[in-house]
Design a protein around this ligand. Sequence first.
Ligand code: AR6
Length: 167
Amino acid sequence: MGQIKVIKGDITKVKADAIVNAANTTLMGGGGVDGAIHRAAGPALYGACEKFHGCPTGEARITGGFNLPAKFIIHTPGPVWHGGNSNEDQLLANSYHNSLTLADQHLCETVAFPSISTGVYAFPLERAAEIAIKTIKKFLLTAQIVNEVTMVCFDEKTFAAYQQQIY
Ligand code: AR6
């Protein structure tokens, strides 16, 4: 079975086969990690994203990595936290599962994720970390190609929350 790693860092610098972007449903960029990825990948990423005409929450779309060290960027809009009774848990699990499915289909062995939905979208961190790690572990049991998934945490609090879930 593949392995899960948790590191602290900037996902735009990570040399994985695919990195995942915590996007919004327009896929046309924004703040946070989305803004950082678009800035680092360069303007051609906008052109590639435009062609999708958006993406529903929990689904995922794939583009090239352009100026990033990653070969592919997988864009997934996570759920906005509305208090927990709006299917947020399932939608967050869908974001991880559908991103990994696309990575597997594109023959990616290594995939890196940011902490989806726990920034601007306000999903509670511990709850998000538990869902993320559970979904990744389950996926790795049947993955064909993906064999290493790294959670790239931007700050200490996020790093501690995911670190706690991997044991
Ligand atoms: N590398 C890794 N993680 C990062 C980086 C980075 N370079 N920059 C920020 N983070 P957020 P969301 C962390 O708000 O909650 C955008 O405007 C950040 O500290 O980026 O899913 C989109 O367009 C936090 O832990 O994503 C959407 O509109 C995590 O990434 C909306 O924000 C996620 O925070 C999506 O909100």
